[in-house]
Write a protein that binds this ligand. Sequence first.
Ligand code: SAJ
Length: 418
Amino acid sequence: MSEVCVHGLGYIGLPTAAMLANYDHRVAGYDANPAVRSRLRDGEVHLDEPGLRAFVTQARESGNLRIVDEGVPASYHVICVPTPFDHETKQADLEYVESAGRAVSELIRPGDTVVLESTVPPGTTTDVLAPILEESGLVSGSDFGLVHCPETVLPGDIIAELRSNDRIIGGIAQPSIDAAVQLYEPFVTGEISTVEDPTVAEFVKLIQNTYRDVNIALANEIARLAGTHEIDSRTAIELANGHPRVELHQPGPGVGGHCLPIDPWFLDDGMGTLNLISTARAVNDGMTGYAIELLCDVLGSLDGRRIAVLGAAYKGNVDDTRNSPGVKLARELHAHGDVGTTVAVADPLVSDPTLALTDVETATTDADAIVLTADHDAFKTLDPNAMVDRMRRPVIVDTKAIIDTDKWQTAGFEVRRI
Ligand code: SAJ
């Protein structure tokens, strides 16, 4: 079994490091954040992901996963660092990839293999990472292996998907590919496809998330159109999906997380060439505005209204608030503060001190309306009978279609849903 150094211990790096360790590799995990390293050494996990804590503990207790204060020499360097997005220039910020690359260039030896898992614009592996690694004096593809193997796991189901998802390995030359296949083959039960060009792998990753984002935008536009015909969008979509070649996604308050709202932009990396794809982004970003329209339809105006937003996470049953539609909606409602609108946000899964969250009971007391923005299980079981009396006006806009409309109406609520 091999020595592996994993650079970056976030949502992808930590489970990957634990997986490799649990498959008998000797893994050194490095994260630039000392607080992350120290929590992991104390047996804690800094991420809320089902099963991750036990999985990491198993790896640590086997002795195969150690946390290191700097990268170490290894046969494989797996880079799993973030690639933030600059919203102004619509470009990827590759600072962390570059600094991980510089660290690896100091450590790399002939015969080693470097794997980039981070999501990056097409061309990054060959045009950005390879030249940095070659500052070592070694040549990629001949002296050392270099591949892009994009991560594809779904937050909330990361450990299962690390095993079951198909993987694409785009390598700079065949020996690079062969070495990377050896690393992934033992634990990946999905198909491993290989291609002798890292840019293809980078591109494929981006079009997967773009497909989903554009499909959700179509569902969102359909939801608005259905609304004008007083048709329930979910029923229409379910019926349409009965066709063997139709697979519409679900509408909602917009698209959050760190992947779907960002990766489509990486496709042209600030060139401004996107058309349908950028329109889809605008449609999805416009859904918080649509939720406000639905509120205004019922309430007349937002003047002096108190609105309870339930859901600060970007999707159901996760604690992650990155690009959360619920938080965006709350911000947009706050902008009506000059007419006396007040907003309270509650999310039992999220503990982010920067968001001034409250609990569901406090948020809904004396509220004029609830907007449900995350499909947490905890929200599916909310009891309308317990809530109706504490609200000033019992109105609910269900952007995720998770409540039993009849039940809430019977309890006295006016219900709107996307
Ligand atoms: N959403 C909808 N309607 C839908 C499905 C999702 O509005 O029908 C919304 C969600 O509520 C959420 C957003 O889209 O706000 C994104 O959620 P998601 O579950 O679609 O995806 P992520 O961002 O959690 O993870 C995605 C996944 N990509 C694909 O399914 C193609 C995951 O497999 C990737 O590994 C991940 O991005 C990533 O890291 O790139």
